[in-house]
Design a protein around this ligand. Structure first.
Ligand code: ASP
Ligand code: MG
Length: 422
């Protein structure tokens, strides 16, 4: 069994879906095809959640109509006018979303729970279309419903999977309807009591890794719009180099620093079962791309640049002039963890601690709680630049003319919290 994962960019239009079919057609063995929501659908659904909570009926209706039109136009491009059964399935999902939005106004449910119940439709729509298209191209397949298979706790928007329960239900689903090809949604999951959950933004890679772990897959391939893992984001740097082979350890470090090429949680389920992860370009399926595995013959020999954007630097100074020591750090990180902040860098001195975190809607609550013990100040609009395999010349070049708020350097790695240019 192999697992292929296709992100939103690879299924953003009819040409992308056709390309997916041609890549799947090349594989002759058993395959699970994990698919994200099409294009920017998750962002569009996120906006829909906010609009419906704000009670703006007209804008909510328009937003939902746009989401529907986008999917219908892909269906038309793929099949022309026919295929009413597929259109009906999409219409049925749009109706369900409409009904949820309507109750949101009166019931004002928990934001995170509402989010999961609405945003999960992105992947449900994309996989319905992909599965239908594969079938019509002669690739018989079974569509899995991961909201009933990937079972998690009820931490909405960042659900934690129960691997034992999920493996049981996944194997059962595969036994009940046997096929060579299965299509599964990335990113979405559910609780045992039937509530929908999601694994966190960009979580489809993680879904693919979890599925591979549970099925002891031979490999996972993430098909992307880049040639593989590059030493820098080609949208930000010229002259990028392909890193053809790297270790799980390298990959975790890169993903944690903010490399968007893979979701940080993806590596662990693969490392635990020694499953290699390939990152390959969907526009050139013959190209080798990159492989991540236990060991590599050649260590990474180029500097790697990673930008983690949307950072907030929070500085905490103990109010009573007490030292920031182990006990208060313990409490501080308990608060940070409970409010689900994602820490990217920490630095401390006698009475202050600086914590760089991803900007998030939970930040305000955390800062409020922290302000009981600390004088809290913060800076927004920052980026964290990590350079692995750095030299003094590279550091000079990257920092020249920039406002650096915090830096940390070791012999090989340099990290800078930088004010974003306006
Ligand atoms: N569709 C989800 C997102 O855009 C999950 C993913 O693409 O991995 O965040
Ligand atoms: Mg996506």
């Amino acid at each position: 069994m192999k697992v292929y994962k296709f992100g939103g960019a690879s299924v953003k239009n009819a040409a992308g879906v056709r390309n997916l079919v041609s890549i799947v057609a090349r594989e002759k063995g058993e395959l699970v095809v994990v698919v994200s929501a099409m294009g920017k659908t998750t962002n569009a659904l996120e906006r829909l959640v906010s609009l419906s909570l704000a009670g703006d009926e007209e804008l909510t209706a328009r937003q939902l109509a746009d989401i529907g039109d986008y999917h219908y136009s892909i269906i038309s491009d793929l099949f022309g006018k026919g295929e009413t059964s597929l259109r009906n399935k999409i219409e049925d999902m749009l109706q369900q979303i409409r009904a949820i939005c309507r109750t949101a106004v009166t019931e004002q449910p928990d934001y995170d729970e509402l989010y999961d119940s609405i945003v999960s439709f992105g992947e449900l729509m994309s996989t319905t279309i992909v599965s239908y298209m594969l079938e019509s191209e002669g690739i018989s397949n079974v569509l899995l419903d991961m909201t009933k298979i990937l079972l998690t706790d009820a931490t909405h928007r960042e659900a934690r999977p129960d691997m034992v329960l999920s493996e049981h239900s996944l194997r059962l689903a595969l036994q009940q309807k046997t096929s060579r090809v299965y299509v599964a949604q990335g990113f979405i999951s559910g609780t045992e009591t039937g509530k929908r959950t999601t694994l966190g933004r960009e979580g489809s890679d993680y879904s693919a890794a979890l599925i591979a772990n549970m099925l002891d897959a031979e490999s996972v391939t993430i098909w992307k719009d880049v040639p593989g893992i590059l030493n820098a984001d080609p949208r930000l740097f010229d002259n990028t180099t392909l890193i053809s082979s790297l270790t799980y350890f390298d990959a975790v470090e890169l993903a944690y620093s903010g490399a968007q090429v893979i979701h940080p949680k993806t590596i662990r389920p693969l490392e635990n079962k020694h499953i290699p992860l390939y990152v390959r370009p969907f526009s050139d399926p013959d190209a080798a791309g990159s492989v991540i595995q236990e060991t590599t013959e050649k260590p990474i020999d180029v500097p790697v640049y990673i930008w983690r954007k949307n950072q907030v630097l929070v500085t905490l100074r103990a109010k009573d002039f007490s030292f920031v020591l182990e006990d208060s750090l313990n409490r501080l990180f308990e608060i940070v963890y409970r409010h689900r902040l994602k820490v990217s860098m920490i630095q401390s001195s006698a009475i202050t601690v600086s914590v760089c975190v991803d900007k998030s809607r939970y930040l305000e609550g955390a800062l409020q709680e922290l302000s009981t013990d600390y004088k809290v100040t913060f800076n927004e609009g920052l980026s964290l630049l990590t350079i692995r395999g750095t030299t003094p010349e590279i550091i000079d070049k990257c920092t020249a003319g920039r406002t650096i708020l915090l830096s940390q350097t070791t012999r090989r790695t340099a990290r800078f919290v930088i004010k974003e240019e306006q």
